[in-house]
Design a protein around this ligand. Structure first.
Ligand code: HH2
Length: 290
């Protein structure tokens, strides 16, 4: 079972102080629990739309062993409409402030540098940007704050990305992009990154399957890998489950496979169920290792 780490230049829950800042280290595959503060996310939109509800859900996820919570104020599902920064901030800031009392790692799912900057000031630790920190300002915000970042691959933009995805060699292109971007972003001062192949972001089913099968190659590199396929359309296309909130068994299968190949983290709606399943899988693997 692999060991993984993320570094920050400020104190984080569970962190250890080093000469350069704080480092969080973990074994095997951890769970990032999804906490959407949006009225329209594809599977749980509206459920956490009050701060009290978000906090209760977050506390329950933390108690079940979730490693990090990912707060989002803008849906990025295919076809979704963008929201402005003020609306996004109104949604995420009260939730981030409330989560601080839980002493758990907080990630913020945003594409906007101004939202990232305010979220980090309010107590978030990691910026999860589905555009791979494509705006230079986003790199600057993370670097200046000393926050870690998740770099995801996306072809196109959420509104139109599923119209006609096309690659010559999807695995080489996506892995190449992520490795290059990680090097650039770290050279610009971001202390550490998570890499995410971006399942469903400008990819057909075959593209997604190729990336899922190849996750071990990406995980063999120096940066930890996040897989985020929870309740996605890919599962419907494979197993015929049109309703998103019915896709947890398929999400678990896909994420357990990824964990076995070396993924360091999985992003999940059914977070407690993922913690349980990963604990069982990891225990079985320990026995094999002796
Ligand atoms: N997918 C969504 C959102 N954020 N972040 C990362 N790193 N990787 C992903 O694959 C990813 C992501 C999906 O979009 P959304 O409509 O916001 O739904 P939800 O947050 O419920 O998954």
């Amino acid at each position: 079972m692999g060991s993984h780490q993320l570094s920050f230049r400020f104190e984080v829950p569970g962190g250890r102080k080093t000469s350069e800042g704080w480092t969080v280290t973990w074994q095997g595959c951890a769970v990032m629990g999804i906490l959407n503060a949006t009225p329209d996310s594809f599977s749980d939109g509206g459920r956490h739309f009050s701060v009290d509800a978000a906090l209760a859900s977050a506390r329950s996820m933390r108690d079940s062993g979730v490693f990090m919570l990912d707060v989002g104020g803008e849906s990025t599902r295919p076809g979704s409409d963008p929201v402005d920064a003020a609306t996004e901030l109104d949604r995420v800031l009260p939730v981030i402030r409330a989560l601080r009392e839980l002493d758990v790692l907080i990630s913020v799912d945003t594409m906007k540098p101004e939202v990232a900057a305010a979220a980090l000031k309010a107590g978030a630790h990691l910026i999860n940007d589905v555009t791979g920190l494509s705006q230079p300002e986003m790199v600057r915000v993370c670097a200046e704050a000393g926050a870690a970042a998740c770099i995801m691959h996306m072809q196109g933009e959420p509104r139109t990305m599923q119209h006609q995805p096309s690659y010559d060699d999807v695995v080489a292109e996506v892995h190449g992009y992520l490795r290059e971007r990680a090097a650039e972003v770290k050279a610009a001062g971001v202390p550490s990154v998570l890499l995410d192949p971006g399942i469903g972001f400008g990819k057909t089913l075959e593209h997604n399957l190729a990336l899922i099968r190849a996750v071990g190659d990406l995980a063999a590199g120096e940066d930890p890998v996040l897989m985020a396929a929870s309740r996605k359309k890919t599962i419907d296309l494979i197993a015929d489950v049109p309703q998103a909130d019915q896709r947890d068994p398929g999400s678990l299968a896909l994420h357990l496979h990824s964990a076995r190949q070396g993924a360091a983290m999985v992003r999940a709606h059914a977070a407690a169920e993922h913690v349980q399943a990963l604990r069982v899988q990891q225990r079985i693997e320990q026995a094999v290792d002796g």
